[in-house]
Ligand binder design. Structure first.
Ligand SMILES: [Zn+2]
Length: 348
């Protein structure tokens, strides 16, 4: 047993070496603090050695024993602080290396692009906004009433076959809207004329081939007021064609049939591929069919409570994706819905 300051000094020196070896092997703060408690703590080996030495030492040596022990505890504390600091610094460096390597070349941040359908939709909205048309929206799951009945297509009407419909299972009165026309009905039901809206959005039909997709986007326009005529319809369409495609663009209206307009017309625009000179796409005619239009059928006005003697109106509609296909000369509608960024990236 230690019985003199020299013996104690030797014992403490041994403890200090042990301590230093152990904290070198400790790699977490928890391990370090445990090692420290074993040696430098109030119950630690250094204090135990001090107590042992004091028991046997003459009074004259007690002070020296105390000072010696305190000095070794202080050294152990310094060693602990040093190791802790090194540990924290190593952690900080690891974090930095994980997140920032300043020697790496910078990453090029790719900007997203708007989908061609979105670009075309926004442009169409803008052109019609300048004519006083506002954008109206409605639900994509529609009631049979809004999608068919109010548009003069009762249950047995053959025109329903023109639009093969997705019904909601177990809900015979609910359909995925087959056109954006129910938005016209909802708008007219919400207030009296004058009305000038365009309604863009997705619609659904059981179609699936290179030129048809079961989901596609339409835009429709509706204008109702006193004294609206077929000439207003043609004027608005002509204005649009010139603004959207070019000053030399023309519009042709051919007689047709739609249940909710009377009279009805197919809308042809000057062919976007040959600018009217005739090509394979337009079969040499110089015209391309865009969509349908007509004067709102009085029966539709009856469904929404408008007086057909006082008000007249026109409606028109076409495929937004189809309009984008013409604008950008794209021949497969599937490209619009595949979600391939290489496709979207080409439109700025
Ligand atoms: Zn052509």
């Amino acid at each position: 047993m230690a019985s003199s300051p020299d013996d104690l000094k030797a014992r403490l020196h041994g403890l200090l070496s042990e301590f230093q070896a152990k904290i070198e092997r400790a790699h977490t703060e928890q391990e370090l603090r445990k090692v420290f408690a074993d040696y430098g703590g109030s119950q630690g080996a250094i204090r135990v050695a001090q107590k042992d030495a004091l028991k046997e030492a003459p009074n004259a040596e007690k002070k020296a024993i105390g000072q010696l022990s305190n000095a070794v505890v202080a050294e152990v504390e310094r060693a602990l602080e040093g190791r802790l600091a090194a540990l924290h610094e190593a952690e900080r460096r690891r974090d930095l290396e994980r997140t920032v390597d300043v020697s790496l070349p910078g990453r090029v941040r790719r900007l997203g692009h708007l989908h061609p359908t979105t670009l075309v939709r926004r442009e169409i909205e803008q052109i019609f906004a300048q004519l006083g048309f506002t954008v109206a929206e409605g639900p994509q799951i529609e009631t049979d009433f809004h999608n068919f009945e109010a548009l003069a297509m009762p249950k047995d009407h053959p025109a329903r076959d023109m639009q093969d419909t997705f019904y909601i299972e177990g809900e015979p009165e609910l359909v995925l809207r087959t056109h954006t026309s129910p938005v016209q009905i909802r708008t007219m039901l919400s207030g009296p004329p004058p009305i000038r809206i365009i309604a863009p959005g997705p619609v659904y039909r059981k179609d699936d081939d290179p030129t048809h997709s079961p989901m596609f986007n339409q835009v429709e326009g509706l204008c109702v007021d006193e004294g609206i005529t077929f000439a207003d319809l043609k004027g608005v369409l002509l204005h649009f064609a010139k603004r959207f495609f070019g000053e030399e663009w023309g519009v042709r209206l051919r007689p047709s049939f739609f249940p909710f307009t009377e009279p009805s017309a197919e809308i042809d625009f000057t062919c976007a591929f040959c600018a009217g000179s005739g090509c394979r796409t337009c079969k040499g005619s110089g015209w391309i069919e865009i969509g349908g239009a007509g004067m709102v059928d009085p029966e539709v006005f009856a469904h929404v409570g408008y007086d057909p003697e006082r008000y007249t109106g026109f409606a028109f509609g076409w495929g937004l994706d189809r309009m984008a296909m013409l604008r950008y000369h794209i021949d497969d509608i599937k490209l619009f819905f595949d979600g391939d960024v290489r496709f979207a990236r080409q439109f700025k």
